[in-house]
Each structure stands twice: as C-alpha cells, then as structure tokens.
Design a binder for this molecule. Structure first.
Ligand code: FAD
Length: 465
C-alpha cells in the first residue's frame, strides 16, 4: 500500500499524434491568442491548444475586465497597439467595450467623475485622483466571440479542451507537446513551440531555468441588479459616510484594491476584482481549491452586507464567479535576459526591443529560455524578476509579447533557423507593418488610433453613439 508523497511508476505507453504544425501555441489567453494569430498571419501553419472551453484566459474566463497598462504617460501616447487595438475595435463594433476618448484623457473633473468607476485611469501615478487615460472596459463574452472569429479567419487550428501535460524535447530543441483530453493522451508536434500558459508549464516541463514567484490570488466575480448611478451619487454626495462604509466593506471582503467594484458595458452589471487572498500557490491543487472555497465565502458575505447597507446595491445578486482562478504569478522564466524593476522604472531601451508595456520596453531575449531552443515564452511568466512582474503583467503587454513571439516564430521558420536566431530587425519591421509597436524607435508614434477619437459605448446612457 503506498502513502501520500510516495511515487508510483507508470508504464511507458504509445501516444497517438493528433496534429502537426509549424507552430504549436499552448494556452489561449491574451498572449497565446496573439501569438497564434501573428504566426498564422505571417504564413505559419498553427495549432492553438487551450484547456478550457473558450479563448481569453484571465481576460475572459478570469473576468479581468479592463485593458490597461497601454498608456505611456511620459510620451502621452497609446503604447500597445497591434492585435490589442484590433481586439478593442472588434468589440467596439459590437458595442461591448467602453473607453475614454482622446479629449477626455487627463484630470478634468468631469472626465474623472465620468470614468473613474470604469477603472480607465492611470493608477501608476502618485497623483490623486488618478488621471483618466486610454484603457478599455470590456465584456468577457465579447472577448470570447471576437477571439474565436479572429483565429478562424487567420486559419489557426484550434483545439480546446486540451490540457498540456508534457513537453517533448530532442537534442535540446522542443519538438512537441503531450495533452490530456477526453480523447485520451495526444501528441501535438511542432517546429516551434510557444508557451503561453501563464504558469510556464511548457518551458518548466522542458527543463528551462526558472524561478518560483508568488502574489495575491483573487476570485473575481460579477454582480447584476446594481443601480450604478445611485451608488455613484452616494459616493459623490456623501463622501464621509461613503468612506466609512467602504472601509467596512473591505473588511468583509478581506482584501481589495481601492475600487472594489467597476462598471462593465452591460447595464446594471459590475465586476469585482476581489477578494484577494495571500499566501496561496497557484501551482498547488490544495491552494487553488482553498481559494475557490474561501473566495466564495467572502463574496456571499459581501452580497449580504451591501444589500442592506450600500445605496445602489439593495437588489444585487451574483451573476458568476470567474471560472479561471485569479492567479497573478507562479513560475517565471530565467531567460536570456531578466527584466528588473530598474528596467521598468528607467524605461531601459533595447536594440532587440519587440514589445512595449505601459511606458517600458521588452527585448526579444525575455521570450527566450537559456537552454532549450525552438521554444518561446510569452505572457505573464516571461523572463522577469518577481517584483518587476507585479507591475508589468497586464493584458496589453502580454498581448504585445505574444504578437512578437508569433511573428518571431514565423520569421525563424521562413529563414530556416532556430527561434533563438530569428532576425530581430525583420521581426520589428513586420510588427510595425501589422500595426504593432515593437518599441524600437525613439519618439512618439505619429498618430492617435482612430478608435480613440470615437466612443463605442456612452458611459452615461449606455446607448451607442
Ligand atoms: C485578479 C486579477 C486581476 C487583474 N487585473 C487586471 C486588469 O485590470 N487589467 C489588466 O490588463 N490585467 C489585469 N490582470 C493581469 C492579466 O489578467 C494577466 O497577467 C494576463 O491575462 C496574462 O495573460 P497570459 O496570456 O500570459 O496568461 P493567462 O491570461 O493566464 O492565459 C493563460 C492561458 O493558458 C491556458 N492554460 C494554462 N495552463 C494550461 C495547460 N496546462 N494546458 C492548456 N492550456 C493551459 C489557460 O487556460 C489560459 O487560457 C489581472 C490578473 C488577475 C489574476
């Protein structure tokens, strides 16, 4: 009889090859979706694997509903473009995204009042209230619909319901992955593999060097039946009473940012980036289970409390708790270059820059593991210190990294070289040609994207304009 902690030996088995492609992307979150799209648009045959029922990762299944960190407050410009802007445009066409227009950015009191509860402000400045900037509040199902449409249009071969479990490595090069699914174990082979799992599952399995990171975990949820106008009026007209109540609410929640609820493009529906829980490990089944149980207790305690106390929330109800647990940080790659807080703060420039975040730049080397070749890493598990990741892991920079990884994979394949040897100047040129900003040039981008001039959803009336 074996005990917990013992090992058992499984017999070797034959695994059927279910697909072969030039590029295999594992993880259909913001980074993986962008990587698959970019590789396919640049001529590669691409398979995209995702464990869940949908694309979007934390952006849709995690119900993290503001695209931020795409505003450079040093250069006063939108720094993340490319696939990220296309995604906003496509959701705008569905009237399922809201964002402040160019003439609303800044500290004008009316603009601050209008937009703060959408979360579209620059929270990295010390200034209070935070200035309004370009950021986009979106609907999670719109994300799922748009990303499915886009991968199909690009000819990406999508395989949902596929849990990655092992990386295949030969002679120091990644050659494919094994997935577990309802169809059993399956091998998916590829010339270049892109790890976009967020937890570095693929690179860690391949033996790539990495560190173990950790940060608060959150069970994000949405409430319906909220009179947001009444809640905002109370906050504005009775600031002292509001502040005292808000402090009590945060105690009930056990952990939250300044704004515990934010508006969404659906009338009466708010998303809540809380409750936060510390000391849990996003790689441990026991901790992930505990987070779900603890999180729900806090959520229902909050609903009971605000229904009786908080103007605007009298008839609120839980619509859903995010199906993807809010894990911010686990394993982080120790790649060819490791980004630091100093790089972010000093806005270090790199010759091999391939992506921008808010006001920082990322070199191609942060996507490259040291030992394993033909493996690229894009997303929140990129090569970065734990402290620096906490301030450089938002959805737009993850999309920018993914887009760069996809283009780099196509460039390497076309040139017949390994991913490590991809010609970065060609990657930069192609990224620019498709509307992304790799951060290789000095100075502002010359244009404000067209969509930043027009509004998709009016924040006051929720009517389309
Ligand atoms: C609670 C919370 C609030 C946040 N708030 C914001 C915010 O307001 N704005 C913002 O811009 N960012 C925010 N972030 C950060 C942002 O959501 C993430 O950093 C970003 O989504 C990371 O993108 P990614 O593609 O790297 O990873 P993920 O979004 O985690 O996507 C990874 C994908 O890989 C899939 N996957 C993982 N493992 C496997 C496997 N073994 N097999 C198959 N598929 C797998 C997952 O299902 C998922 O689809 C927040 C994060 C959290 C957790």
């Amino acid at each position: 009889m074996s005990n917990i902690g013992d090992m058992i030996r499984q017999p070797a088995c034959d695994v059927p090859v279910a697909a072969k492609a030039d590029v295999v992307v594992v993880g259909g979150g913001p980074a993986g979706f962008s990587a698959a799209l970019a590789a396919a648009r640049n001529g590669a045959d691409v398979v995209l694997l995702e464990r869940y029922t949908h694309l979007g990762g934390l952006a849709s299944g995690g119900m993290v509903l503001v695209l931020d960190d795409m505003w450079d407050n040093h250069q006063n410009e939108i720094s993340v473009r490319g696939v990220c802007m296309t995604m906003i445009e496509r959701m705008a066409a569905m009237k399922l995204v809201a964002y402040p227009r160019e003439n609303e950015w800044g500290k004008d009191a009316a603009s601050v009042r209008r937009w703060s509860r959408w979360g579209t402000f620059d929270f990295h400045t010390q200034e209070t209230p935070h200035p309004i900037c370009f950021a986009a509040a979106f609907d999670p199902d719109a994300w799922k619909r748009v990303s499915l449409d886009m991968v199909q249009e690009a000819g990406v071969k999508l395989r949902l319901h596929s849990w990655f479990s092992q990386t295949l490595v030969e002679d120091g090069k990644a050659t494919g992955v094994i997935c577990d699914s309802k169809s059993g174990r399956q091998a998916i082979l590829g010339d270049i593999i892109i790890d976009a799992t967020g937890d570095l599952d693929v690179a860690a399995s391949a033996g790539a060097q990495h560190i173990g990171g950790n940060y608060i975990m959150t069970t994000v949820f949405r409430l319906g039946g909220v009179d947001t106008e009444a809640a905002e009026r109370y906050e504005r007209e009775e600031p002292e009473s509001f502040a005292a109540l808000d402090r009590q609410i945060k105690k009930v929640l056990g952990g939250s940012w300044g704004y515990w609820w934010l508006k969404t493009p659906l009338p009466g529906v708010v998303w809540c980036n809380c409750p936060h829980m510390a000391g849990l490990d996003g790689l441990k089944v026991e901790d992930l289970t505990r987070a779900e149980i603890q999180g729900r207790k806090h959520i229902h305690a909050l609903v009971d409390f605000v229904r009786t106390r908080m103007p605007g929330f009298e008839t609120c109800y839980v619509i859903d708790v995010a199906p993807q647990t809010g894990v911010r940080q686990t394993r982080l790659l120790e790649g060819e270059y490791v980004m630091t807080k100093e790089d972010l703060a000093q806005r270090t420039r790199f010759d091999d820059s391939i992506a921008r975040g808010r006001d920082y730049y990322m070199p191609y080397r942060v996507l490259l593991p040291q030992q394993i070749d033909n493996l690229l890493v894009a997303g929140r598990h990129y090569s970065v210190t734990s402290q620096a990741q906490k301030i450089s892991r938002e959805i737009p920079p993850c999309m920018a990294m993914g887009e760069a990884a996809g283009v780099a994979a196509a460039v390497a394949l076309n040139a017949g070289v390994t991913a490590r040897k991809a010609d970065v100047a060609t990657v930069q040129r192609l990224l620019r040609a498709q509307g992304a900003d790799p951060g290789d040039r000095v100075g502002r981008n010359p244009d404000v994207p067209e969509l930043a001039r027009a509004l998709a959803v009016s924040p006051d009336t929720l009517e389309t304009v």
